[in-house]
Ligand binder design. Structure first.
Ligand code: ZZB
Length: 258
């Protein structure tokens, strides 16, 4: 499984927990299968109780991701010594919530790290980028935070980190329009991010229709089909060093640990 690992750069001045890294570039790295949707990022997701680690890369950056992802990265040439990674810091997701980030391609200048309860520890980097226009999970989780002041307060999030961020129309899908995830969430009457069964159906529908029939509405590949634009956007993100290629040895790891 090839993930595009998107660098979501921590904005200066660094928050208290990341002050130790002052003077260095720090990125939350988000694993995505949909690089062509990066035009629609509205926030980053972290799980409040998952542990994340900071490691140094050969590109002289600091990546923040799960320990499992750090280990995989060390076997893909990202660290100085093959298969080894030095942990420079360890955080709970909740330590990093509210961090301001600069992400590639999105029209929002600055976005924030927000909590999502359905993040899986054993997938990707444990850091997820949020595209509520085209991902039902993201739309449901962002709506939960917008609707629940107590949830924002629980995690110490200012209204300005959540309320101004609206889904951005980036892909048109013939039957689903230009905010497909919202359309499908309404159709299936999805109430929250915990409507797991319905969200699986929603994701499936948006994924398939988006890939085969979706047309980009923005950016350099505007008017092109998603299936044609995907690789081109991905290559450009790799070339501009705003993302790196990350391979996930999923089956191997899963079958071993079970
Ligand atoms: C941006 C994006 C835009 C995504 C979209 C999806 C969609 P899959 O197919 O089930 O493997 N993701 C990545 N890591 C995690 C994690 N640890 N826990 C929970 N979710 C995670 O799903 C891959 C997608 O799941 C990734 O691609 C990421 O969200 C999320 F418009 O990145 B995606 C219809 C889906 N649309």
């Amino acid at each position: 499984q090839e993930y595009t690992l998107i660098k979501m750069k921590v904005c200066k001045p660094y928050p208290k927990k990341l002050k130790i890294f002052e003077g260095r570039e720090v990125c939350l790295v988000a694993g995505t299968l949909r690089p062509e949707t990066m035009y629609g990022q509205t926030n980053c997701w972290l799980h409040p109780t998952i542990k994340y680690v900071a490691i140094a890369t050969t590109s002289n950056e600091i990546f923040i991701c799960t320990r499992r992802c750090a280990r995989n990265l060390s076997h893909q040439g990202f660290t100085e010594k093959w298969g080894k990674y030095e942990i420079l810091g360890e955080f709970s997701g909740s330590d990093l919530l509210g961090t301001a980030l600069k992400a590639p391609l999105t029209s929002y200048d600055k976005i924030y790290a927000l909590p999502m309860m359905t993040i899986k520890e054993n997938k990707g980097s444990g850091v997820v980028t949020s595209v509520p226009s085209d991902s039902p999970d993201d739309f449901a989780a962002l709506r939960d935070l917008k609707n629940k002041k107590d949830l924002r307060e629980k995690y110490g999030l200012g209204d300005e980190m959540v309320l101004p961020f609206e889904p951005i129309p980036i892909i048109n899908i013939p039957e689903l329009g230009n905010l497909a995830a919202i359309k499908v969430c309404e159709k299936l009457k999805i109430k929250s991010q915990n409507d797991t069964d319905k969200l699986v159906l929603a994701k499936d529908e948006v994924y398939k229709k988006g890939f085969y029939e979706g047309v980009l509405l923005v950016g350099k590949y505007k008017s092109e089909l998603v299936q044609n634009a995907k690789k081109k956007v991905q290559s450009e993100l790799y070339e501009s060093k705003e993302a790196v290629k990350y391979m996930e040895p999923e089956r191997l790891i899963v079958s071993r640990s079970n």
